[in-house]
Write a protein that binds this ligand. Structure first.
Ligand code: B12
Ligand code: SF4
Length: 485
């Protein structure tokens, strides 16, 4: 069996436990491999040099598009310090670029799609001397100067069979530091987890289905509760952040889960993502009783025409009803909007700005439409030769000129600022209602002057001081360290 080191390139300061790597690690450990996890920012790259060379047979890296630049730096360093050690890449970015990734980057193998079973089979094959790799579904490998793409692997049918993410491979308490993940709520130890894979939606800007497909697979209620038992008993958590793309789906499941969670009497407070068209009164009532304090809705637009074009499948009535329903049950409603899809007109953007102003959300975010690889709009942008920025390291959902759209960057900036302005008071109240978050922000600002200066420059460059906090966290690099053992 192989000794595997899985690396998570952490490009943002946010302290989420990397669940993808955690699941791969758990599956490999279950199959008898020895696994360690390294979660590193750019400024922590020296940790790579501390890895004992003789104890690592295979290195795996998890890569989404925002993580690409840091991942490339890591691969470069690994090649110098671990010559001859096979490097495997996985995650949505290499999965999408499976035809070209190995040619353009110095990695040996690529696992595309859902990674657990493929990575185990690949590690076993490498351990046996590299034979039979051609028979492993979901792998891309090099043969001479070309990449060979093996057939895809079907997704795992019953995800209850997967072992729980290997949190014990890291200093997990460091991921639970205050202010926790539920913004503005006093949870001291908040854990992230996921209960499902895939999403039945087909939003044109989203890449989720590229990895998991449209079939929604959900763990059983008891399987999820067993994970929560461990989180409470072993790590003493008091908050949960469900990272499912759509947690509030299937009323029966949510209600059963909530009722059983209440019986546990853990008094946890939790947050989740929801679609405005799948929530139901009884579901929200049960969620409230079980400790739900916050629902994040992807609202995206106030224009019915845009909602249709991006295949969101929701209506303005459903949006308002969902926000009201959350509020009626004392649950905070957060919403995110997107401005600047290819065909958006000025009038349609105005409708979005107006809706954001009147919805009464507790916290509002707004980004520019960004055609991430894996999404339908990326395919269209490439086909129509609309990409203006080809260097992924410059891609920010807060940068208005990644691709050419109908509206000029100036108009996009103007509309986004107008939207954020209309929500600034509520956003500020939301932020200020969290003393722990305020205290921590003030402390970080004072102790990281370089990150502060760089974030002010970024805000000026992108003409939006609402984003100062985001840029600051982005530049924090290692300031929230201590995650690795
Ligand atoms: C939670 C989440 C976040 C969180 C936390 C992210 C984090 N770093 O942990 C927050 C809110 C911070 C976030 C932010 C953003 N996110 Co996000 N996020 C997600 C979400 C919903 C879940 C991620 C997750 O935990 N998945 C569960 C695990 C189990 O799946 P997984 O990581 O994909 O891993 C599996 C496979 O990919 C593969 N695999 C992964 N790594 C490896 C490594 C090896 C070696 C192998 C063999 C296999 C393998 O095997 C794993 C198990 O099967 C995903 C959507 C999704 N469902 O994945 C989007 C997603 C990853 N995010 C996305 C985007 C665009 C963003 C933002 C740019 C959005 C924004 N508005 O700012 C930012 C960028 C942040 C950043 N710089 O990284 C896109 C990425 C698209 C792309 N091409 O890269 C996704 C896919 C959603 C989408 N709309 O398309 N995100
Ligand atoms: S944006 Fe949300 S609802 Fe739409 S496909 Fe992606 S995960 Fe599903």
């Amino acid at each position: 069996m192989a000794r595997v080191c899985l690396i998570y390139p952490r490009d943002i300061g946010l302290n989420f436990f990397p669940l993808g790597i955690g699941y791969i690690a758990a599956y490999l450990a279950q199959k008898g491999h020895q696994v360690r996890i390294l979660d590193i920012t750019q400024s922590e790259l020296k940790l790579l040099l501390e890895l004992p060379r003789s104890e690592v047979d295979i290195i795996g890296l998890s890569i989404t598009t925002p993580q690409l630049a840091l991942a490339q730096n890591i691969i470069h360093l690994l090649r110098e310090h671990f010559p001859g050690t096979p490097i495997v890449v996985g995650g949505i970015h290499p999965s999408y670029f499976k035809e070209t990734f190995l040619d353009e980057n110095d990695a040996d193998y690529l696992v595309y799609g859902e990674g657990e079973v493929t990575m185990d089979e690949l590690c076993q094959a490498i351990d046996r001397g590299g034979t039979q790799i051609k028979d492993i579904q979901g792998v891309v490998y090099r043969q001479g100067s070309k990449s060979v793409i093996n057939p895809p692997r079907p997704v795992i049918g019953d995800i209850n069979q997967l072992p729980l993410p290997l949190r014990e491979a890291v200093n997990y308490s460091a991921y639970l530091q205050p202010p926790g993940l539920i913004r503005g709520i006093w949870t001291q130890r908040c854990a992230n987890l996921t209960t499902s894979r895939g999403c039945p939606g087909q939003c044109s800007y989203c890449g989720v289905n590229y990895i998991y497909g449209r079939r929604y697979r959900r763990r059983s209620v008891d399987n999820v509760l067993a994970e929560i038992d461990i989180l409470v008993e072993r790590y003493n958590v008091d908050g949960l952040y469900f990272m499912d793309d759509t947690f509030l789906l299937n009323t029966n499941w949510v209600e059963e889960f909530c009722h059983k969670l209440v019986q546990r009497n853990y008094c946890l407070r939790w947050s989740c993502y929801g679609r405005v068209d799948t929530i139901r009164e009884s579901m929200i009532e049960a969620a409230k009783q079980a400790g739900c304090v916050q629902i994040e809705f992807g609202i995206e637009s106030g224009s019915p025409a845009i909602l249709k074009r991006i295949k969101k499948g929701t209506s303005l009535e459903q949006i308002q009803a969902a926000v009201n329903m959350a509020h009626d049950h004392g649950i905070r409603a957060l919403g995110s909007f997107i401005i600047g899809f290819a065909e958006d007109t000025e009038e349609e953007c105005q409708e979005t700005v107006e809706l954001a102003g009147k919805l009464g959300l507790d916290f509002t975010t707004c980004y520019y439409a960004t055609p991430y690889p894996g999404s339908q709009i990326y395919e269209e942008a490439v086909k129509n030769d609309c990409l203006l920025e080809h260097d992924f390291s410059k891609w920010y959902v807060r940068t208005p000129n990644i691709w050419r759209v109908k509206l000029t960057p100036e108009k996009l900036v103007k509309n986004r600022l107008a939207l954020l302005k209309s929500c600034r008071l509520r956003n500020s109240i939301f932020f200020m209602r969290s003393p722990s978050l305020m205290f921590r922000m003030a402390w970080l600002l004072a102790t990281h002057p370089v990150a502060l200066a760089r974030s002010i420059l970024d805000s000026m460059r992108n003409r939006c001081f609402d984003d100062l906090g985001y840029y600051f966290y982005t530049h924090l690099e290692g300031g929230l360290g201590g995650r690795n053992l």
